[in-house]
Design a protein around this ligand. Structure first.
Ligand code: MLT
Length: 337
């Protein structure tokens, strides 16, 4: 603001006032000398599984409208490994400045029982933004698998138990839990093959390197429609509008088979309330986006009711799910480490 100084060459008092006013306006717009307004840079959306899988599909679907709402791009970061616990630990330790958010599924509620040693506490180390989605799963086989329905699959498994490889997205992933439930219901243990996400697991199913995979409809609906995989049933006890001809596992004899995957959006503990409020608004905005709504409907994925897309809605649900899964997992004696 050199023009305040009347001795500055070419700077007359009238012009000085004008220049000062312009300088003040410029400072407001650029943030110079003013407090910056969050978000002032891109926001990182961490997900705990590999690119191309169902969590990745959802994250990339939400990132663009969330970015529109926030006024900054939302960039997806795939931090993979250990059934999602590496990413969860990373987010628990990330700076709580609003620039890191975390999309995870119900693995957040099963991890405390599955892992004897965890470097995070889902109930102490995070802020809650809101529930995101409920997604059913499908039990799939490679395209040339020698069975065309659940009964044929069960007969084949009985005769060839040692030859059948069941893929999953790592110990503690929902594909792992779904596979465990399937094996416990049929009373047969199969060879399991862990990956760093169902994206790479699906690549190997498509390539014929593994035989079976339990996976969320956010990834599987297009592959089933294009007959690139075989489908043996849906994991919820009602048929899906996106796949009306695919029977449920329950109706085919696996009574009570009911696996649906819920998702939540989190931030590191201590993230400023103003940022959490804007993130919640961005999540709601994204879930109301007509393109997102249509895609989710096409993938038979349900948007939760409005009162669940809230910090309290997610926290209450997470607490209830931790209480529900803990005894089930401990009773079954399943440990991931
Ligand atoms: C899981 O099985 O936990 C998820 O489907 C993993 C993923 O999103 O890749």
């Amino acid at each position: 603001m050199a023009c305040i100084d009347r001795k500055t060459p070419g700077c007359r008092p009238g012009l000085a006032a004008l220049a000062c006013a312009l300088a003040a306006t410029w400072a407001l717009h650029t943030g110079a000398g003013a407090q910056t307004v969050w978000p002032d840079k891109p926001v990182t959306l961490v997900i705990p599984f590999a690119a191309g899988g169902p969590t990745d599909v959802v994250a990339r679907m939400l990132a663009i409208p969330m970015g529109k709402s926030l006024g900054q791009p939302v960039l997806v970061d795939n931090t993979v490994g250990a059934g999602g616990t590496i990413a969860t630990t990373k987010v628990a330790r990330a700076p709580a400045n609003g620039n890191t958010v975390f999309l995870h599924h119900m693995g957040m509620s099963t991890a405390p029982a599955l892992y004897k040693k965890l470097a995070f506490d889902p109930l102490k180390d995070f802020e809650y933004i809101g529930q995101v989605l409920d997604v059913p799963m499908t039990l799939l086989g490679r395209r040339d698998f020698p069975a065309n329905n659940l009964q044929e699959l069960l007969a084949y498994i009985k005769a060839n138990q040692d030859k059948v490889a069941l893929a999953n997205a790592g110990l503690g992933a929902v594909s792992h839990l779904c596979g465990l439930l399937f094996m416990s219901q049929i009373g047969i243990e199969l060879t399991t093959v862990p990956y760093k996400g169902t994206g790479p697991a699906m690549n190997d199913l498509l390539g014929g390197q593994v035989d079976l995979l339990c996976d969320q409809t956010t990834q599987t609906v297009p592959l089933i429609r294009d007959a690139r995989v075989k489908v043996f049933g849906v994991t919820v006890p009602r048929r899906l509008t996106a796949l009306p001809n695919v029977p449920t596992l329950d109706e085919q004899g696996l009574k009570g088979f009911d696996v649906k995957v819920w998702h939540g959006l989190y931030a590191p503990k201590g993230t400023p309330p103003e940022a959490l409020k804007k993130l919640n608004a961005a999540l709601r905005f994204a879930l109301q986006d007509p393109v997102v709504k249509q895609r989710l409907a096409d993938l038979s994925s349900d948007i939760p009711p409005a009162d669940k897309i809230t910090p309290e809605g997610l926290k209450t649900h997470l607490e209830a799910e931790i209480a529900r899964w803990g005894p089930v997992i401990r009773k079954a004696g399943i440990y991931a480490d």
